[in-house]
Design a protein around this ligand. Structure first.
Ligand SMILES: [Zn+2]
Length: 274
C-alpha cells in the first residue's frame, strides 16, 4: 500500500513536470521558419542572436553623433502596410510602411553561394546571387575583401533583436528607434538587405566600416551590380535611421542605375515608386 502511494506521487510529479516541457517544445517549434519546398531554415536560437548582438554592441556605443531634438527617429501614429508585395524589389519598407508579420521570402539561399566570405551563416534571396557574385568577383580583382555579417532576419528574429536593445537601454524607446527597426519595419525581413564588413576591420559590424577601402569601393561601384546604400550620412531626418555605412539593399541593376541618375537616396527613390 505504501509503495502504491509513492508510485502515484511519482506519477503526479511526472505529469506536473511534463506539462512545461511539452509547452517549451511547442514554442521552439513555432520559432522555426519553414521555407517553401525542400529548403528549411531554422530560426537561430535566441542565445545565438544575443551573442551576435553583444558583438555589435561596442560598435553601436561608439556610433557617430546624431542629430538630436527633432524626433526624426519617431514612428508616425498611423502605421500602414506596405503597398507593394514583399517580393517586389522596389517595396518601400520604413517607419511608416510595415511588412506583414507573415511575409517571408520563398527563395532564400546561403549567401556563400555568391562567394562572399562568412556567407555560410546568412541567407539572401536567390534572385540577387548572380549580381552579388559578379560584385564580389570584381571587388576581389581590385584587392577588396568583403565579408557579410548580417542578412535575412525573420519577423520573429527582428522582434528579439529590437527587444534586446530595448532591455539593454532601460526601455529607452527613442534611443533604440534611432538604430534598430521594430519587427515588420526592417529591410532585413526582405532577404535583399545585408550588412557588409571586411578583413580590414576584422569583420566587425559597424561604424569603422565607413573608413575602409571596401566601403569606398562599394560607394563607387555597388550600383553597377544593383546594390545601394539604405541609410546615407546626413539623411537621418529622411530615413529615420542613423548613417549605416555597412547596410546595403539590392534593388536590381536597372533600378539602381535609375536611382543614381535621379540623384535621390534610396528612401526618396522608393517613395516615388510606392
Ligand atoms: Zn542592416
Amino acid at each position: 500500500m505504501k509503495y502504491l502511494k509513492v508510485f502515484f506521487q511519482l506519477l503526479m510529479l511526472l505529469v506536473i513536470v511534463g506539462i512545461p516541457i511539452k509547452t517549451a517544445e511547442l514554442v521552439v517549434e513555432k520559432r522555426e521558419d519553414v521555407i517553401e519546398g525542400s529548403l528549411e531554415i531554422k530560426e537561430p536560437q535566441e542565445e545565438l542572436i544575443i551573442e551576435q548582438l553583444k558583438k555589435e554592441e561596442t560598435v553601436i556605443k561608439n556610433n557617430t553623433p546624431v542629430t538630436t531634438g527633432s524626433g526624426w527617429w519617431a514612428y508616425p501614429e498611423n502605421i500602414k502596410e506596405t503597398t507593394r508585395n514583399g517580393n517586389d524589389l522596389l517595396v518601400l519598407v520604413n517607419k511608416e510602411y510595415k511588412l506583414p508579420s507573415t511575409y517571408a521570402p520563398t527563395d532564400l539561399v546561403k549567401a556563400s553561394n555568391s562567394g562572399i566570405r562568412r556567407g555560410d551563416s546568412y541567407y539572401l534571396r536567390n534572385i540577387l546571387i548572380p549580381d552579388l557574385t559578379a560584385m564580389i568577383t570584381a571587388s576581389k580583382a581590385q584587392g577588396i575583401d568583403l565579408s557579410i555579417v548580417s542578412a535575412y532576419r525573420s519577423y520573429a528574429t527582428q522582434q528579439t533583436t529590437y527587444n534586446y536593445w530595448l532591455t539593454k537601454n532601460n526601455g529607452d524607446v527613442a534611443y533604440v528607434d534611432t538604430f534598430s527597426a521594430r519587427a515588420g519595419h526592417s529591410q532585413h525581413q526582405l532577404g535583399t538587405a545585408m550588412d557588409f564588413s571586411t578583413s580590414e576591420i576584422n569583420d566587425v559590424l559597424g561604424d569603422s566600416f565607413g573608413n575602409t577601402k571596401a566601403s569606398k569601393w562599394l560607394v563607387e561601384n555597388s550600383y553597377k551590380y544593383g546594390f545601394v546604400l539604405s541609410f546615407p550620412f546626413g539623411y537621418e531626418t529622411t530615413t529615420g535611421y542613423k548613417y549605416e555605412s555597412w547596410h546595403y539593399r539590392y534593388i536590381g541593376k536597372s533600378n539602381a542605375l535609375e536611382m543614381k541618375n535621379s540623384g535621390n537616396i534610396l528612401e526618396l527613390y522608393l517613395r516615388s515608386k510606392n
